[in-house]
Design a protein around this ligand. Structure first.
Ligand code: AHR
Length: 673
């Protein structure tokens, strides 16, 4: 036995899934060490693609699901830098919060006066709280307020920041004001001045150019003379928002989302939509128009929604990133877990009174008019007023989210469904079938959807990685004549709910099955999308961020690879495995699609095992191929959190080989001539 033979024998002896020779160590699900090898043990996958046997699949299969959870909106994607800008925080949001949360009364030197929060004569009835400051003695520097932002305001040298506020002078004489960006030591990073000049609410604006960079500035507004005034809606936006939109989105975060090339975006939630009790349902009309007129409310995830990121901004963002908008509205029932806590239970699902249903239905019809109606229609005019005369081309709407399948839910869903269909037959309505891939709500939801011929239903599931590998055939047997599928929420939850490569590969594997079933699965979106470090209520998530950095997870790269390499035709593919037992066949799923616009062939292959696999590809019935293709590989140790995809070139032809590394996801994109 020579050295090579000896090594081979050792490989053969100790090869079991999850336990092979090492190029590195990591813990597996049971906490034991996984060992990964780069050597192939004779495992070969012969992948035969028949380009003559194709089927059309959804051309918007992979998208995103944005929920205002984990500070995804305020303090996150929404670029506003001032926290609690309208003094509307209150203990209902969080017990320790009040209208002055994130604010500090600021007197410098020997100045003094009084500060109060008032509600008489507000800027708008939807925005009842504001502060009144009575400056009795102005002191050396002035008296005012300081806002600490969302754990600090990030300022970059040379960048412009748009400040605005509403002010109402209560005393007779005009009051000069100074606005400053200060760091913790009191160093000034930019300033502006304005003067009050009205006894009615008036918006004042100023541009501040940053003279330095800091990650932890505060905004200070100081009155520079004696007097009494009311102040509300204090705002500071970077001028550089995504696509330079006013009231826009944080550019780096929005770009990271755009880079996934999502074909649709579901918004604004999840549980956020049906809300914690009827009064907490997400009502779209409260979220449009001038920001000072929007009705803020408690976020079901235990914080506050300023609604600055509202329906107009969602539609605009969808358009900016080329994604179909997919709004979800409540099915006129609140969350079944409303009130109390998950542990002790709560008031349960409540339904809007039947007497209120006509108004509620009208609200949904108005939403469709807002998105699609001409600028001359009542709601289309409001869209045009906001700066978008052309329609947003809404094609899909979701009604309900994971709602308990009760008679109350069904009755309300049905009348909403019928009314929307009667007025807008071309809009596809997506129903809901509970929070799990099976069980009572799932079964009953499906039965109800089938009986009522609901065009699509929204399935949700969060399961351990192995579940996804064990269910690669889930949709193969779904009835193609029944409702289509929107897999609105899914994620592989690994131990401690961490974003491991293992979980990402389980998702990549599952997504091959979604492509194969892209004739019945119309859409799919990982959940949740965003999470701010230190303010996370749910994990794992796709993209983590803090005030200065965006940190895509390994799962993000899987979604991105699918989004950037989407096809609209599925090519029949056979995978024959040698050296791999039948039981392990599921660890090498493959999917091949063609993007008809470019003619590109895209091959996706997962190797969910600790050894490499030699892939021998045979492309039958394809025309001329460019001999060099791009190959992108995401690989690493299963417990790794930060592997990133690596791109290279690969020689291809009608027959070619490539190596699928241990624990890897490989995408090969071949141009046709
Ligand atoms: O994605 C997080 C939550 O999971 C969603 O709000 C809800 O729909 C599901 O239960």
């Amino acid at each position: 036995m020579n050295r090579t033979q000896f090594s081979k024998a050792i490989f053969t002896l100790i090869f079991l899934p999850g336990i092979v020779l090492a190029t590195g160590n990591t813990k597996n699900r049971s906490g034991a060490d996984d060992k990964v090898t780069t050597t192939n043990n004779g495992q070969v996958a012969t992948i035969t693609v028949d380009a003559g046997k194709t089927k059309k699949i959804s051309n918007h299969l992979f998208g995103i699901f944005f929920e205002d959870l984990n500070y995804a909106a305020d303090g996150g994607l929404y670029a506003e830098l001032i926290q609690n800008r309208s003094f509307e925080y209150n203990p209902n949001d969080r017990k320790s919060w009040n209208p002055l949360t994130a604010w500090e009364y600021t007197t410098q030197g020997y100045g003094y006066g009084t500060l109060s929060v008032e509600t008489k004569l507000p800027v708008h009835e939807n925005n009842p709280h504001y502060v009144v400051l009575n400056v009795e003695e102005v002191g050396q520097e002035g008296i005012g307020l300081t806002n600490s932002g969302f754990d600090g305001i990030v300022i970059r040298k040379g960048e412009k920041y748009n400040f605005s506020t509403f002010i109402r002078q209560i005393s007779e004489l005009s009051i000069p004001f100074e606005v400053k960006l200060l760091d913790k030591k009191g160093l000034v990073y930019g300033e502006a001045k304005f003067t009050s000049d009205s006894k009615d609410w008036k918006k004042k604006t100023a541009t501040i150019t940053a003279t330095g960079s800091s990650d932890s500035c505060k905004l200070v507004i100081l009155a520079k003379s004696k007097g009494k005034f009311a102040l509300d809606v204090v705002s500071l936006f970077p001028e550089n928002t995504f696509r330079n939109r006013k009231n826009g989105l944080r550019a780096d975060l929005a770009q990271t989302i755009a880079d996934m090339k999502p074909k649709f975006m579901r918004f604004p939630g999840g549980c956020l939509v049906h809300g914690d009790g009827l009064g907490n349902m997400y009502r779209w009309k409260n979220t449009i128009g001038p920001v000072e007129q929007r009705l803020e409310q408690r976020n079901i995830w235990d914080y506050h929604q300023s609604m600055g990121l509202g329906y107009f901004e969602y539609f605009q963002f969808c358009e900016d990133i080329g994604a179909l908008p997919l709004p979800v509205v409540p099915a006129a029932v609140s969350c079944q877990n409303s009130g109390g806590t998950w542990r002790i239970g709560g008031t349960g699902q409540r339904g809007l009174a039947m007497a209120d249903m006509q108004d509620y239905i009208q609200e949904i019809l108005d939403l469709i008019e807002y998105a699609n109606g001409p600028a001359t229609s009542i709601w289309g005019a409001k869209r045009a007023e906001a700066g978008h005369p052309k329609p947003f081309n809404l094609e899909y709407i979701g009604i309900g989210n994971e709602d308990k399948q009760t008679p109350e839910f069904r009755e309300r869903f049905k009348i909403i469904y019928d009314a929307v269909k009667a007025k807008y037959p071309k809009i596809t309505i997506i129903g809901t079938v509970g929070p799990s891939p099976d069980g009572e709500d799932f079964e009953q939801g499906w039965k109800f959807a089938t009986e009522n011929k609901v065009e699509m239903v929204d399935e949700h599931y969060y399961k351990e990685p192995n579940w996804f590998l064990d269910h690669l055939n889930r949709y193969d047997t779904y009835n193609r004549k029944a409702s289509g599928i929107y897999l609105g929420e899914y994620a592989a939850h690994d131990v401690n709910r961490r974003n491991t490569l293992r979980s990402a590969l389980a998702e990549a594997a599952y997504m091959t099955s979604l492509e194969r079933n892209g004739d019945v699965v119309n859409m799919a979106s990982y959940a949740p999308l965003l999470a701010k470090e230190g303010n996370t209520q749910w994990s794992p998530d796709l993209i983590y961020f803090n005030n200065t950095e965006v940190k895509p997870s390994v799962n993000y790269y899987v979604q991105q690879l699918y989004g950037q390499n989407a096809g609209d035709e599925y090519l029949t593919t056979q995978v024959k495995l040698a050296g791999i037992s039948k039981a392990e066949a599921k660890f090498t799923p493959v999917s091949v699609v063609r993007e008809s616009k470019s003619g590109d062939l895209i091959i996706k292959m997962v190797n969910y095992r600790p050894t490499t696999v030699n892939a021998q590809l045979k492309l039958k019935g394809v025309g001329l191929l460019k001999p060099v293709a791009t190959q992108t590989v995401l690989t690493g140790m299963p417990n790794e959190l930060t592997p990133t995809p690596q791109q290279s070139e690969i020689k291809v032809g009608k027959e070619f080989t490539c190596e699928l590394p241990a624990y890897s996801f490989t995408v090969i994109r071949i141009k046709t001539k």
